[in-house]
Design a protein around this ligand. Structure first.
Ligand SMILES: [Mg+2]
Length: 439
């Protein structure tokens, strides 16, 4: 088993009172020791907030490759790449192949240039899905609040599980990691924190077989020197935009005003401002609780005029957006639903380039779809919603072409703030104001 240098993100020096335990034998540790007093293992975890934190991100290590190695012990010490096939890229590289410079999404010919001795295996998705399900089933024994992000990673909220497991979340998670190794034969990395953003950052710090903790107290200081790409949703393109503005580190974002960031980058400005300070209110939720979020209304009298439908559509879009924002999710396909006076259903949908939670985006897409339907037909119902739901982390990147959309997104965020403060009916946009509403 490979072992990374043990980088422990807690910056406060461990005192005798800092809680900790051994991840191998689970013995509690006291004092600033390097090895477990009971079993001698160096795999200790110590942190001031260790037994207060409840939100975890669990990620399987080099998942596909780990499954293949498990099923063929001869591969254990060899560099293994999963990939090839139609796309000809690396989907997963084991840690030995990574040492040679192989990365996911790399074209296969480049990967083999870097590591000619690598063994390439075609992905066996059916098998990985099955193992992924086993891992998830064990996660669900820890807490019902498991939110999968993909086949091999999930957020878990363990608040209130102490009575069930007779252990604080940190120890429950360490036991879980041991159990996965023993029963499934692969390894996981655990990130423990107080919010989703930092739990995910933490799980990546010590891979493979990692267990990292980021507490509330150290969050700002921990984030400051890190690159902006650490922030969820900041990809290469947006990082380049920030770089052009002279912003490279999260610390620089911490020094900027939220308003300023929103004026420059639209809705993502708000996310930058908050996440840079370790503020992330998104809760762990069940993905399959909802496959779509929508709102609809049936009219008292049938409506055929386009202009009469517009304010209603706006109103419904705002309802949908509000629910998405409240749950920290976003949708990538906008669905417009209509029922004609003679009870015929019409459903129109459009897949967006990026997922969204913005009322404005949902409304404008719906309006576009509505345009072709208002041909004099009388309607008795209209509804709008989004499907292809996912976490809001990558939703609504700044639109570099349509500068207006950034401004509208900033305006929407400002309105959301007012609504949070003074209640939902406080702010009316031009479309709903004076509109006929739900007649
Ligand atoms: Mg993984």
């Amino acid at each position: 088993m490979l072992r990374c240098s043990t980088f422990v993100p807690n910056m406060a020096p461990a005192s005798d009172k800092t809680p900790g335990f051994c991840r191998d034998c689970l013995a509690e540790q006291k004092g600033d020791v390097r090895r477990c007093h009971a079993c001698g293992s160096p795999r200790l975890v110590r942190h001031k907030e260790l037994y207060d934190l409840t939100l975890a991100h669990i990620d399987c290590d080099a998942f596909y490759a780990a499954v293949e190695k498990r099923d063929n012990p001869e591969l254990a010490d060899k560099p293994v790449i999963i990939g090839g096939g139609k796309r000809g890229v690396v989907s997963t590289a084991c840690y030995i192949a990574r040492i040679h410079g192989v990365r996911s999404a790399m074209p296969m010919f480049k990967a083999l240039e870097a590591c000619p001795q690598a063994i390439v295996i075609r992905p066996d998705m059916e098998k990985y899905v099955q193992v992924g399900r086993q891992v998830r089933a064990l996660m669900q024994e820890l807490t019902p609040l498991v939110q999968p992000l993909s086949i091999d990673e999930a957020f878990l909220e363990l608040e209130g599980t102490e009575r069930l497991h007779h252990d604080p979340p940190a120890r429950t998670l360490a036991k879980f990691a041991r159990r996965i190794e023993k029963e499934i034969g692969i390894t996981v990395s655990v990130g423990l924190s107080y919010c989703k953003f930092l739990a995910k950052v933490a799980s990546d710090l010590q891979k493979p077989r990692g267990f990292s903790v980021i507490g509330q107290e150290e969050a700002v200081e921990f984030l400051a020197p890190r690159p902006v790409t650490t922030i969820w949703g900041v990809g290469k393109a947006f990082a380049a935009t920030l770089e052009a503005d002279g912003i490279r580190t999260i610390g620089q974002l911490q020094e900027m005003q939220e308003n300023d960031l929103m004026r420059r980058y639209g809705s993502i400005g708000q996310r930058l401002s908050r996440l840079s300070r370790g503020i992330d209110d998104r809760e762990v939720h069940l993905n399959d609780a909802a496959k779509s979020v929508s709102a609809e209304t049936t009219f008292f009298d049938d409506i055929s005029r386009h202009d009469d439908l517009v304010p209603i559509l706006r109103n419904l879009s705002e309802k949908v957006s509000w629910r998405l924002k409240k749950n920290g999710i976003a949708g990538q396909t906008v669905v417009l639903k209509m029922k004609t006076a003679d009870f015929k259903s019409r459903t129109r949908n459009r897949r967006l380039e990026d997922s969204t939670q913005l009322a404005d985006k949902i409304f404008r897409t719906g309006l576009d779809l509505l345009e072709k339907e208002t041909d004099g037909t009388k309607f008795r119902l209209i509804g709008i919603g989004v499907t292809d739901l996912g976490d809001a982390g990558r939703a609504d990147p700044p639109d570099l072409i349509d500068q207006q959309s950034g401004r509208r997104a900033a305006a929407e965020a400002a309105m959301d703030k007012l609504r949070d403060k003074f209640g939902k009916g406080t702010v009316e946009t031009g479309y709903t104001f004076g509109g006929k509403g739900n007649r």
